[in-house]
Design a protein around this ligand. Structure first.
Ligand code: MG
Length: 233
């Protein structure tokens, strides 16, 4: 192993793990979907938790019955989603950071042996708007993003590949932790052979997370010592 490469890779989900958004993101997503397709999907009962934006778009498009080239429509959607969100998110009172997140990231980022990376269902451009509101982009130079993949496990694979390149990450999958808030985060980590810390601070109850293959489950990331212990850092 390269002596300068980190020995532990931590892949963080965003929504429900680092922050919560209120209704602004969902509203803006539906606005952009309508802009791209003409279809109002606002009342669809689909639970989006743990899904990628690209995967959600695919399902809503099927639901809408709108015909058209997926890539062209997704591109129009993505541009409008970014444009509108960049206007409304920075000053919206709804979004907030989850407990313990600033302290945890500040602590982890001090360590040369730890690499921080994003593994999120978000499109990168809109993810960066969210993180920018709380000055968190500085911790996450690279990641895997849900604008590029429909399946979450591919997002995690991409996050690892981005870390190979950026951090010179060359460790084993058991030295990788995925930290996320839904069973899909757990499955995506496990599909890549990683450890998973599931947090019940987002969209899924602890009772449901207990039925997953998560290696550890916490209510949230507020107990710094405990989190560092679990991650073995
Ligand atoms: Mg999440």
């Amino acid at each position: 192993m390269n002596p300068n490469s980190p020995s532990k890779l931590l892949i963080f989900d965003v929504d429900g793990t680092l922050l919560l958004n209120g209704t602004i993101v969902r509203d803006t997503f539906f606005h952009a979907f309508r802009h791209a397709t003409g279809f109002d999907a606002k009342n669809s009962k689909i639970a989006f938790m743990g899904m990628t934006d690209r995967g959600i778009f695919r399902i809503l498009l099927q639901l809408s019955g709108v015909n058209g080239d997926f890539e062209i429509l997704f591109n129009v959607f993505e541009k409008e989603f970014f444009q509108r969100l960049s206007e409304v998110y920075p000053n919206d009172p709804g979004p907030y950071l989850l407990k313990g997140v600033p302290e945890l990231l500040a602590t982890l980022s001090q360590r040369d042996d730890i690499a921080l990376v994003l593994g999120t269902g978000n499109i990168q451009s809109t993810c960066r708007i969210k993180l920018d509101k709380f000055n968190l982009n500085r911790y996450f130079p690279v990641g895997g993003f849900g604008g590029d993949y429909e399946q979450r496990e591919d997002v995690i694979t991409a996050a690892i590949e981005a870390s190979n390149e950026y951090y010179n990450w060359c460790g084993n999958s058991e030295d990788i932790w995925v930290i996320g808030d839904t069973p899909k985060d757990v499955d995506a980590g496990k599909a890549n052979g990683t450890k998973v810390l599931a947090v019940a601070s987002g969209f899924v109850d602890k009772d449901e997370l207990i039925n997953t293959d998560a290696d550890a489950i916490l209510d949230d990331l507020s107990d710094l010592e405990q989190v560092l212990n679990i991650l073995g850092v």
